[in-house]
Design a protein around this ligand. Structure first.
Ligand SMILES: [Zn+2]
Length: 242
């Protein structure tokens, strides 16, 4: 990684907007831990409850279980507010319905920083084969979250959203991405809380692999925050103006 700039810190409230339980823990929980430890407020919005995410476990069981795991994962990095929007897991589509729902959430939570997820077609940098395809939900969610920042600020696009009133306070949008990183956060002190946070997705991780949950979590978190030349760990983001 060439040396990216530090992420701006002229904000107090952040809203992390993702598709599923565990998306935040796979992407940026270490940064969240650093921010909350520094006294900033961070809240989570999840478009779905991840109810289609556990093979062999029916959605009516998996949904509530994964919501509970997500709340515990949030608490492990100092986040008390987790807002589930109830869209169907696996069937998010880019369009007005999702934008309207996310715009309403941004108005409710009034963040200055919105953090969302990679919407590219693959998780792998160009030229790396075989590539890992990014899910339809992630592609729709990331693009709609960025669009919803503008929608939340405009009183006419979704005029039916009279309440809560428009929110024009988003200064920055930071996207967790495997490519196009422009800014970084020193997350060295957030690694252990992030491992604890991802480990709370116990049922989900246990269904994915026989490897112990904490070991899976540590390798994911360390992969998401590579070591810099100075021996510290950095999480990378692509930064957009709000
Ligand atoms: Zn996901």
């Amino acid at each position: 990684m060439t040396s990216p700039e530090p992420l701006p810190d002229d904000w107090q409230r952040a809203l992390v907007v993702v598709a599923h339980p565990d998306d935040i823990e796979y992407g940026c929980a270490a940064a969240v831990a650093v921010w909350t430890a520094a006294g900033r407020e961070v809240r989570y919005v999840l478009a779905t409850s991840g109810e289609a995410g556990i093979a062999g476990c029916p959605p009516e069981v998996a949904g509530p279980a994964r919501e509970e795991e997500q709340r515990r994962a949030a608490a492990a990095v100092g986040v008390a507010v987790v807002d589930f929007l109830g869209h169907p897991d696996g069937r998010l589509t880019e369009g007005l319905e999702l934008r309207r729902s996310l715009a309403a959430a941004i108005r409710r939570h009034r963040p200055e920083l919105v953090v969302t997820m990679h919407w590219g077609e693959t998780w792998t940098p160009p030229g790396v084969a075989p590539a890992y395809w990014n899910s339809a939900d992630h592609r729709a969610l990331g693009r709609c979250a960025v669009d919803a920042v503008g929608d939340a600020a405009n009183e006419w696009i979704f005029a039916e959203l009279a309440d809560p009133e428009p929110w024009r306070g988003v200064r920055w949008i930071a996207v967790t991405t495997p490519t196009g990183v422009t800014h970084a956060v020193d997350v060295t002190d957030g690694i252990e809380p992030a491992v604890a946070s991802l480990s709370e997705h116990r049922r989900y991780l246990a269904a994915l692999s026989d490897e112990p949950v904490e070991a899976q979590a540590r390798s994911v978190v360390e992969r998401s925050a590579p070591l810099g030349e100075d021996g510290r760990r950095y999480a990378g983001f692509a930064l957009f103006a709000g």
